[in-house]
Design a protein around this ligand. Structure first.
Ligand SMILES: NC(=O)c1ccc[n+]([C@@H]2O[C@H](COP(=O)([O-])OP(=O)(O)OC[C@H]3O[C@@H](n4cnc5c(N)ncnc54)[C@H](OP(=O)(O)O)[C@@H]3O)[C@@H](O)[C@H]2O)c1
Length: 210
């Protein structure tokens, strides 16, 4: 894949490139380092970078700073640092970069743990991480080109994504009454660990329903 990675001079970016470079074409970017120069605080700089690079398969962002300091006395200007830099820098990569990313491509943004595991003086970083999480969650359902391609290719509209071997991990043993009798259920495709049916499995009666 042709991958643009922004912020590759930093600790996280270096690790990302080390992992990806053996398998992909990596274009590095940073404010003062990398194959291309970009300032994520400047939308026109981001647009110019995408225009110069053309089509990509993935964009990985490993850049962004927040304000670290006590909540007491924190100013709006200080608080805006994280919003403008770490949040909007990465959000703008998606907003401006989407037309340049191929179908079934991806964006990877970097947040952190502070919103889940707070530290003193970390309010701004925690806020930004939570905002990034919200952005990614909602943006993912609107970045449809990959999903549309998948649905078009197998003429289906409903997908059930399951874990590993087709059932979710649980601590208790599955009771007989919880199992579905698949006899008589038509199957488009079936094997030991899966069954693809025309009707939702929820409509099938449990084995012991009688
Ligand atoms: N390091 C950690 O332990 C850790 C933990 C959790 C989360 N994170 C998050 O991961 C991200 C990266 O952290 P890091 O420690 O690797 O960062 P870092 O060492 O500060 O590196 C930042 C990288 O981003 C680039 N950069 C900074 N501002 C930029 C801008 N405005 N436009 C374009 N490029 C810019 C820098 O490029 P130049 O050097 O060329 O300017 C550098 O390559 C941050 O968002 C951070 O909050 C890091």
């Amino acid at each position: 894949m042709r991958i643009l990675a922004v912020g590759t001079a930093g600790d996280v970016g270096k690790a990302a490139v080390a992992e990806l470079r053996p398998r992909h074409e990596i274009i590095t970017a940073g404010r003062s380092s990398g194959d291309v120069r970009v300032d994520l605080l400047d939308a026109s700089s981001i647009s110019a970078m995408f225009e110069k690079l053309g089509k990509l398969d993935a964009v990985v962002a490993c850049a962004g700073h927040a304000h670290y300091g006590p909540l007491a006395g924190m100013t709006e200007t200080q608080f805006m640092k994280g919003l403008k830099d770490k949040l909007m820098g990465q959000v703008n990569l998606v907003l401006l970069g989407t037309p340049y990313v191929n179908d079934r491509g991806s964006f990877t943004l970097t947040s952190g743990v502070l919103d889940r595991d707070p530290i003193l003086k970390g309010v701004n970083g925690a806020t930004v991480n939570a905002a990034l999480k919200g952005f990614v969650t909602a943006a993912a359902i609107e970045l449809e080109r990959g999903i549309r391609k998948l649905t078009d290719s197998i003429s289906s509209t409903y997908f059930l994504v399951t874990a590993d071997h087709g059932f979710l991990y649980r601590r208790s043993v599955i009771g007989e009454h919880e199992k579905i009798d698949v006899r008589g259920l038509g199957a488009i495709a079936a094997a030991k660990r899966y069954r693809l049916t025309a009707q939702p499995l929820a409509q099938a009666r449990p084995a012991s329903a009688d």
